[in-house]
Design a protein around this ligand. Sequence first.
Ligand code: ADP
Length: 616
Amino acid sequence: MNNINEPISILKKYYGYDDFREGQESVINTILEGNDCLAIMPTGAGKSICYQIPALMFDGITIVISPLISLMQDQVKALKSAQIEACYINSYLTDLEIAKVFADVSAGKYKIMYVSPERLDNVKFWEYCRSLNISMVTVDEAHCLSQWGQDFRPSYLRISEFVKRLPKRPVVSGFTATATAAVKNDIIKRLELINPQITSTGYDRTNLYYRVEATTKKEKYIVDYILQHQNQAGIIYCATRKNVEKIYEALIKADINATMYHAGLSNSNRKKNQDDFIYDRKDIIVATNAFGMGIDKSNVRFVIHYNMPQSIENYYQEAGRAGRDGEEAECTLLFSSQDIVINKFLLENKDFSNVSHEDVELVKHNDSLRLKSMIEYCQTTSCLRDYILTYFGENKKGDCNKCGNCSREYKVADMKEQAKWVINCVAETKGSYGINVVIKTLRGARSSKLIDIGAVNYKSYGRLKDETEVNLRTLINQMICDGLLVQTDSKYSVLRMGNIDRLKQAEPYNVKQCKSVKKKAPSNNIKDKKDETLFELLRKLRLRLAKEEGMPPYIVFSDKTLVDMVNKCPKTIDEFLDVSGVGQAKAEKYGDEFIGAIVEYSRNSSKNMNLHENDC
Ligand code: ADP
């Protein structure tokens, strides 16, 4: 038996896990040795445990600076449910409540106190902290310190001053999921870390399956996808409020249990809709990118982007809200060339009121470079995971065999002749029509619109009648990306001529076309249909217990823990404690109910199968 004062025993006792994940142990040991550190670990890697375990072991208190109230509330709920005393101070608390927390902290009730960065602007708080024995200051989402990051928070800049004013310098630890080299250096400098150990476990989220679907029938795709993934939690991201409402209505029409979120809704509606999703009362939330910051819901099984985001950074952050519990999850991006138009429009109309005059051009330039990479991601036929990891500066790892592109076979075709006809057709439209008219014209479609506009008399009419619509769309998209054609930003976006000299230089003009789909995305780790029924049963039990306690279900147990329960079928408390994610406190609290449900289920299924022995 391990000494209960060792990190590994705390991991088991409070969190119910047997082993540390990559990076965790080394960060914990560094901190326990009294050294500063900066840990760059992807979402879902388990950063919280890296500072919570040392916090439990230190003499004094750990102050965690966390940028979002909802995040700190969630963390404190999760800690309390594992019977770890923790508290937070934020602007929602009254002065009286804050005084009570201070008194409890001074009396040694808590080991961990979460505060918002703005608290550091408060002189009284500084004075109060000077009276405490602070062992560690932890900076969560440390990239908020850097102006190079996307979520810069000026109050974060006060942290190093705050630390310096303390009577005894505590350990300072920083955590983030996203830090380019510039951001990393900024964090070290601005936090004034002393010889910090830098731990970087890379960006890869191995449980996420990425795919890009080039389709114009996005609404149908989403409805079909959700119907095939019933009872799973999913987020649908759209670029605009209008699209959110359109998709939401389509889902409701298809009888899907959905809600929506965007900045145009009243505060109370937004809060209600968000809670409906977090507490598993609604399976699906359709949202703009205003949704998600500070959402810790770990059992999101898929994220679908109805529109392409403006950068890989945004995409990775939004898609990364899937599968935080480490279970298999899918991230699908629905791409059409119209997305390029929408994003260019949004970027051109971006609010620069907070950016100094001389920086505007630089920011615009960076925005357009980021958008370019995002478009490339949607167009590439190589491994999608590899594209993302390379973008974030990791060494090429080659095909992952777990993304939409690795599951497809492509063939390369020289489409120079076809490209010439596309250009001819766009010239004949005099730049008045969009991609659909061009495709229909080239394929010689018989439609009244083509007759009305006279396209049936074009020289290019029907010239590519043997090409499939998909192939032509792929070709035109590539031509837009290569600058041979330009898609306008107007409401009815049209195709115009770009720099066609580039086609002359291209010899041949290679376009990759999808030939076949080899493999399906992996499903989660539940073994068979019978187990799926048990999983559903346990999910319902979790929902009931969570409701009774007013807690999000994923804080009671994660999906991953339920899957392990289904696979292990515990019948005793000892066996229950063996399930990954079941610590002492949760075993005592929930053990009887879950074991009872599993035993009863096994008995019934044995009866049904006319078996004498328990077959679970
Ligand atoms: P992050 O802050 O890095 O996004 P979290 O700290 O929220 O990640 O952890 C993500 C999930 O992984 C949580 O459900 C957490 O309980 C789980 N987890 C953390 N460490 C381990 C571990 N060693 N073994 C199994 N699960 C773990």
